[in-house]
Ligand binder design. Structure first.
Ligand code: FUB
Length: 310
């Protein structure tokens, strides 16, 4: 029974277009969705919120997959804090990208030696792991979080991350080293919207960048303002900008004070992943990953997307 329960996370019950029940995962609290399309499946990488917490208690990451966005298979936890011998806490929002026949999982964790948040990278031969520490030390470390990797059409890879700043670095082909130093993306109000009431943070950008390219346009979706966060986006003609703020995608809703976006196209549909506190007992530290199918506007802009909160 336990194996069966672990196998099937959510199944469509409604007639009409196939869709999973939200939250996607109903037997665990999950957060910080990072979907990846590979070989006809969607792999969904998440963090795991431990029940009953009064702060983020996150020690492992989880993987789920689906061929139809309806039936999800639980692949367990192929990477956790123990994967990184030099880390001691905070298995926060990561991102997985395939290259060179391998899968690279960039994650923010707390470095034991100095208590600073840094970015580690796991590597595996399969999208479901097991993942091992790729370099035995942090890849980059400046106290900031939420890495996201992107490979442009010319093969150049970038790693973006940051809270309160937004950084990028050019990754080398090996995906585990980089050329040049981390560069700070200018957080202008034209690029990332205007925040009021917090002079130290004039723009809406908070954390969780999700960068992708579609029809020649570059997008950064991000968690805006705090707290509570909403999900917003900017676009640019290139991977490093200049960025133009385009507005809200998913307004504040529900009982989680954070939100975190992941966007994919799969089997002819576009999907927007996020998290909220919709499971029983859910809230800011007991979150759940969910997804909505959506259609881009004719000009490539996002529509407003509403959460499923129950
Ligand atoms: O899950 C821990 C942190 O909360 C993530 O790193 C942020 O993106 C926010 O979701």
């Amino acid at each position: 029974v336990a194996a069966l329960a672990a196998l099937i996370c959510a199944v469509a019950l409604l007639p009409g277009p196939a869709r999973a029940d939200n939250p996607i995962v109903q037997h665990l609290y999950t957060a910080d969705p990072a979907p990846m399309v590979h070989n006809g499946r969607v792999y969904l990488y998440t963090g795991r919120d431990e029940d009953g917490s009064t702060y983020f208690t996150m020690r492992e990451w989880r993987v789920f997959s689906s061929a139809d966005m309806v039936n999800w298979t639980d692949h367990g936890s192929p990477m956790n804090l123990g994967t990184f011998s030099w880390a001691d806490a905070h298995a926060w929002a990561g991102h997985v990208i395939p290259r060179n026949g391998k899968f690279y999982w960039y994650v923010p964790v707390r470095q034991r030696s100095n208590g600073q948040m840094v970015i580690g990278v796991g590597v595996a031969d399969s999208p479901t792991g097991p993942f091992r520490d790729a370099i035995g030390r942090p890849l980059v470390g400046n106290g900031e979080i939420d890495p996201h990797a992107f490979i442009d059409d010319d093969g150049q890879a970038y790693l973006y991350w940051g809270n309160p700043n937004l950084w990028y670095v050019r990754l080398n082909q090996d995906m585990i080293s980089f050329s040049g130093g981390p560069t700070r993306i200018p957080l202008t109000t034209a690029g990332f919207g205007a925040r009021t009431g917090n002079p130290s943070r004039p723009t809406l950008y908070e954390e969780g960048p999700w960068v992708f390219k579609r029809n020649g346009l570059y997008y950064t979706v991000f968690a805006a303002e705090c707290c509570a966060e909403f999900l917003a986006y900017s676009t640019a003609p290139g991977p490093t900008g200049p960025w133009t703020y385009r507005g809200t995608i998913m307004p504040r809703q529900g009982s989680s004070f954070t939100n975190h976006a992941g966007v994919i196209d799969f089997n002819g549909g576009s999907y927007f992943f996020y998290h909220n506190g919709a499971l029983p007992g859910g809230g800011g530290y007991t979150r759940s990953v969910a997804v909505e199918r959506f259609t881009y506007r004719a000009n490539g802009m996002f529509p407003t997307i509403t959460m499923t909160t129950a």
